[in-house]
Design a protein around this ligand. Sequence first.
Ligand code: GTP
Ligand code: MG
Length: 225
Amino acid sequence: MENIQQFFIKKLNVPDAPKEFLDNTKIFNELMMEYSCAIKEVCTKLENLNDEFQLKHRHNPIQSISHRVKSPISIINKVEKKFDNFNVHLIKENLDDVAGVRVICSYINDIYEIARLLTEQDDVKLIETKDYIKNPKPSGYRSLHLIIEIPVFLSSGKVPTRVEIQIRTIAMDFWASLEHQLMYKVDVSVPEEIRDQLRECAATISGTDETMQNIQRDIQLLEDK
Ligand code: GTP
Ligand code: MG
């Protein structure tokens, strides 16, 4: 930790950095470490569920998992937007998405099954569910969002830590990735006609997801006969 502080002092050219700045840097770094540990815990839980599912049901519900800790700039901007000023102590209580895990599933059913199996574990506390599959966003965005709290075990004790988990199918992820690229921070205002086209694409994709799920169910039934 000492090294990171010295690095900042040198980089920012502030040899007389006030103690408050150093203390806050230390708190911030420790907090980020907790989020990173929480992500590792969640990923292990998801990988274990996937392995077990493969054995029992002969299919992998999870195609891939990615994760990120929100960048310091984004954290500061989000806190400032809410409170008009920034303080490291405001992060933990007020931001739910500093630690983010994205799970890409094969079929719609897998999304709910993974969410259920994860949130039923007795060290996982479900804080909030946002089902943008049953209730898509006005943009057309579909995904299941969970905010969970899990304990991270450190030398100082057990630290409950929040993680945002986004669970969606490959098809929903395809749409979300391209829509994000197209719409994120565009300088012009995008006309409603183009927004309609994006919503239509999302609806088409959703129909395809349902068809693929039905095909999978029918093949499974044939195999089980
Ligand atoms: P913020 O957390 O401040 O973004 O607001 P919120 O809590 O209301 O957001 P929510 O939990 O509904 O969604 C947050 C995340 O979902 C975003 O950071 C994106 O990753 C994803 N998301 C939400 N809406 C859209 C959308 O319309 N398009 C795409 N591509 N992603 C979206
Ligand atoms: Mg959010």
